[in-house]
Design a protein around this ligand. Structure first.
Ligand SMILES: C[S@@+](CC[C@H](N)C(=O)[O-])C[C@H]1O[C@@H](n2cnc3c(N)ncnc32)[C@H](O)[C@@H]1O
Length: 236
């Protein structure tokens, strides 16, 4: 991500941090028809959690995914949560303290495109609702670098409906981007690059992932609205 793009994203999330948790739960249910608790369970399932796992939560935000994992493992794990937005990390710190999970989860301000960890460190890299704000290939290269061979990557991200790749869809998306990029509050989202399920599957194959699985949810009332995809794979 270029410096000005990173600033746009951090500004967006700095402004959203105080209401993020309430808002995201409502959005997931309203836009994708899944209760937030069920959405988190769907992310947990392909993580294949085991005691003592080392886990990277890339773009941890307010720490919701790290906390769910640590709770499921009764604190018997080592999670590093990284994020580029101070206000989100401050909330994460408070949430982790409130749950007494400080021994299991540590936090660092860092970009998922430049992860401050050695090669072959983690059994699992999880990244929820954040990759569309990044240079996806650069971040995935980092996930692969820090993951142990045979480790898992689990990504949940906003995704594009196949219709966006038709001529009609391309024109519509271009107009949408033009209109929304002009509004400061929606610029960070409008700028983001969204992939279809097929494009995600091709990307996983490009990175040498195996045993990939995807689950996607779209807005039943609007076939043009972005959906969400949960994709997981094993990295050899
Ligand atoms: C929608 S929130 C998702 C937070 C959390 N993963 C969740 O599921 O609730 C997106 C987060 O991605 C973070 N983010 C965006 N680009 C990032 C990057 N390059 N590296 C690390 N974090 C990033 C933002 O600061 C924000 O906290």
């Amino acid at each position: 991500m270029m410096k000005d793009e990173e600033e746009l994203v951090t500004e967006h999330f700095a402004g959203w941090a105080s209401t993020y948790e309430e808002d995201i739960a409502k959005m997931v249910e309203r836009d994708w028809g899944v209760k937030y608790e069920d959405f988190v369970k769907l992310i947990m399932e392909p993580c294949k959690l085991r005691l003592c796992m080392r886990i990277l939560d890339a773009a941890t935000g307010t720490g919701l995914i790290s906390i769910s994992i640590a709770r499921m493992l009764s604190g018997n794990c080592k999670i590093l949560g990284i994020d580029i937005t101070d206000a989100m990390l401050d909330k994460a710190k408070a949430n982790i303290r409130a749950e007494s999970l400080g021994d299991a989860i540590s936090l660092k301000k860092a970009s998922a495109e430049n992860i401050p960890s050695d090669d072959n460190t983690y059994d699992l890299v999880v990244c929820s609702l954040a990759l569309h704000h990044m240079n996806v290939r650069r971040a995935l290269r980092e996930f692969v670098r820090v993951l142990k061979p045979g480790g898992r990557i689990v990504v949940a991200d906003v995704c594009a409906p196949e219709g966006w790749r038709t001529l009609y869809g391309k024109v519509g998306v271009a107009i949408y981007r033009f209109l929304f990029m002009r509004k400061k509050e929606s610029k960070a989202e409008a700028k983001s690059e969204l992939y279809t399920r097929k494009e995600w599957e091709a990307m996983v194959a490009e990175f040498g992932g195996t045993e990939s699985q995807s689950n996607e949810f779209f807005n039943k009332n609007n076939e043009w609205a972005p959906g969400v995809i949960i994709t997981s794979w094993i990295q050899n």
